[in-house]
Design a protein around this ligand. Structure first.
Ligand SMILES: CSC[C@H]1O[C@H](OP(=O)(O)O)[C@H](O)[C@@H]1O
Ligand SMILES: Nc1ncnc2[nH]cnc12
Length: 294
């Protein structure tokens, strides 16, 4: 019989979300990684009795821009902290006239247009190719959808998140092109985060909280931080309510992920065992120890 997995929920807080109130037994702790420092200390605690680990993506006080985030350190630190599933909370612009500011989108696809980031744990000395055909865990998506419905949130299940490099917002031509591609929302942070979570064999899902209509909408001004922050503050309270509602739905010990998120590295590593770089092997201990140490 398969052993059940005791869930540890990782929460990555985006713009406007720098703490999780109501966490019991809370303690900010440093977690060192071989990939460098994560964005901040990690906040350990319990919600509804479930072990949770919170990381403010940009650091408390929003110090780090999207291109300079150490995504590998953030994901490695969460893995080292015992996290089994990640809920990512992100501010986004809307590329879809049906998704007005205030809507929470439980995205299921990404288009990755980032180009200035370290995107993989697997570098020279240990090459791996995981599938990200379905980058979001459907089990987490189901839980987020039920929780959102339960608390009466204006939400939508499914949608494509275009990840741009930033930090500048898009040009109108870019915004219109992404709309023509069928994208629903736009942000700067969920890649390579989602890809790295898959490499680290953690389930991952995003709640994309719409703050603005980007710059394509004829009836809205170009996006500004001022406008974004205004909506963001209202979204942040509802995001916290969503977190409180979803955790109990993920509390029970569970079998391995039916979508296979927690087995993503099986058959993914191509470098011959004898030729793997021992230094890199040690760095990969947390992320890939399960498959490397067999
Ligand atoms: C402050 S608006 C732009 C900023 O907000 C989003 O970040 P996050 O996903 O961490 O909420 C967006 O991607 C930009 O980084
Ligand atoms: N319009 C937008 N473009 C990119 N990132 C965003 N985050 C919030 N709104 C955004």
């Amino acid at each position: 019989m398969t052993d059940l997995i005791e869930p540890v929920i990782g929460l990555i807080g985006g713009s406007g979300l720098y703490d999780i109130e109501g966490l019991e037994e809370r303690e900010w702790r440093e977690v060192a990684t071989p990939f460098g420092a994560p964005s901040d200390l990690l906040l350990f605690g319990r919600l509804s009795g479930v072990r949770c680990v919170f990381l403010p993506r940009h650091g408390r006080g929003h110090r780090i821009p999207p291109s300079e985030l150490n995504y590998r350190a953030n994901i490695d630190a969460l893995k080292r902290a015992g996290v089994t599933e990640i809920l990512s909370l992100s501010a986004v612009g809307s590329l879809n006239g049906d998704l007005a500011p205030g809507t929470f989108v439980i995205v299921d696809q990404f288009i990755d247009r980032t180009f200035a980031r370290q995107k993989s744990f697997f570098t020279t000395g240990c090459v791996a190719h995981v599938s990200v055909a379905h980058p979001v865990c459907p089990r987490l998506g189901d839980a987020l959808e039920s929780a959102a419905r339960g608390i009466g949130l204006n939400h939508r299940r499914g949608g494509t998140y275009l990840v741009m490099e930033g930090p500048q917002f898009s040009t109108k031509a870019e915004s219109e092109m992404y709309r023509a591609w069928g994208c629903d929302v736009i942000g700067m942070t969920n890649m390579p985060e989602a890809k790295l979570a898959r490499e680290a064999e953690m389930c991952y899902a995003t709640v994309a909280m719409v703050t603005d209509f980007d710059c394509w909408h004829p009836d809205h001004d170009a996006v500004s931080v001022e406008a974004v922050v205004k909506v963001l503050l209202a979204n942040a309270d509802r995001a916290k309510a969503l977190v409180q509602a979803v955790i109990p739905l993920l509390a029970a010990p569970r079998p391995p992920c039916p979508a296979g998120c927690d087995r993503a590295l099986e058959n993914a590593i191509v470098t011959a065992p004898a030729l793997r770089d021992p230094v890199l092997m040690r760095m990969l201990e947390a992320v890939a120890g399960r498959v490397l140490n067999t």
